[in-house]
Design a protein around this ligand. Structure first.
Ligand code: NAD
Length: 309
């Protein structure tokens, strides 16, 4: 019998689980024996309004299928404490946090207002920060925790009309990469997913034949595995859509080294050798600040050569 990915008994908070991807995650976690906090304020795509119904329906469905779940209607931005309290009141702890809630306020940058910008950062980034910070204390104390940050191709590559959203989504990458390092010795694993799926966020912008291939059920298996005890990965970015599961890395070109003297380190030196900076024939994949050793080693060698002249 092949090994099974078990989430039995784990308490998972999923923000924005009243619809879209979060709802699918909630069902799948519950079907694997996890106790699920289904958080959702039940608002519109742009974040207006609220209703208990979204979270209630998911919880009813989970219970009907024999699973364990509790509904939570708190706004992630204004009452993250309430979300954690729902987990503690119902299940006594938290083991897994899926930062999934989100809104869109798309606009070309020319027309984007400061409110559109800050509202989007508030939910995706500041909301994730606030709830993660609260859960972090518990994870550190119990020396166990799993966190997913939900990024987006719009954050990694940019996307027209989404300056606010891409800022928030790329910030979550750096946030996740840092927490992976800070949580390493406490068995807290943090991974980042960048995805594409059919939901109300995409159904008006992607053609129907593409949407058909993008069911959110195709994202959930990775989220379940990444948050299981079995997964060794932390601090990684995964891109997932339509059955494709891939890892994204930062790639650094072999680069140009200029002698660090004021005679040679000039804008003109950059002008003449600019192509070398972007030549990826030789490259590496840095994962931490320490990887700058490469730069320090080479510049110190250059320095010595210069002195030896
Ligand atoms: P969705 O709109 O169906 O789900 C988002 C949910 O978050 C909604 O149910 C909403 O009510 C809830 N929510 C919003 N603000 C909240 C708040 N302050 N407090 C609590 N709940 C709140 O969209 P989705 O596509 O399922 O998106 C889920 C996540 O995936 C989002 O972070 C989104 O940015 C990300 N994402 C989606 C896609 C995609 O292709 N659908 C691509 C990249 C990233």
């Amino acid at each position: 019998m092949p090994e099974q990915v078990s989430l039995k008994g784990k308490v998972v908070i999923i923000t924005g689980a009243g619809g879209g991807l979060g709802k699918v995650y909630a069902h799948q976690f519950a079907s694997r024996g996890a106790k699920v906090v289904v958080n959702d304020l039940g608002g519109s795509l742009t974040g207006s309004g609220n209703s208990n119904r979204a979270a209630d329906v998911v919880v009813e469905e989970i219970r009907k299928n024999g699973g364990t779940a509790a509904a939570d209607y708190n706004n992630l931005v204004t009452n993250p404490e309430g979300i954690l309290q729902t987990a503690l009141d119902n299940f006594g702890t938290v083991d897994i946090l899926i930062n999934n809630a989100g809104i869109l306020k798309d606009s070309s940058f020319k027309n984007m207002t400061e409110k559109q910008f800050t509202d989007v950062l508030d939910v995706h980034l500041n909301g994730a920060f606030k709830l993660t910070k609260l859960c972090w204390e518990i994870f550190k104390a119990k020396k166990y925790g799993r966190i997913i940050m939900t990024a987006s191709p719009a954050g990694l590559y940019g996307n027209f009309g989404q300056a606010n959203y891409s800022c928030a989504k790329l910030a979550l990458v750096g946030f996740g990469e840092t927490l992976a390092k800070e949580g390493y010795n406490s068995n807290i694993k943090v991974n980042i997913i960048s995805l594409l799926a059919k939901s109300r966020m995409t159904e008006t912008v992607l053609p129907p034949d593409v949407l058909e291939k993008l069911s959110p059920e195709k994202i959930a298996p990775l989220v379940l595995y990444l948050t299981s005890e079995m997964c060794p990965s932390t601090g990684s970015i995964y891109e997932v859509a339509a059955g494709l599961f891939a890892q994204i890395k930062w790639q650094r070109s072999g680069g140009l080294y200029l002698n660090p003297s004021s005679d040679t380190l000039t804008p003109e030196a950059i002008l003449y050798k600019f192509n070398e900076i972007s030549d990826f024939t030789e490259s590496d994949y840095p994962t931490m600040l320490k990887d700058y050793n490469k730069v320090w080693d080479i510049t110190s060698t250059l320095g010595k050569n210069e002195q030896g002249k």
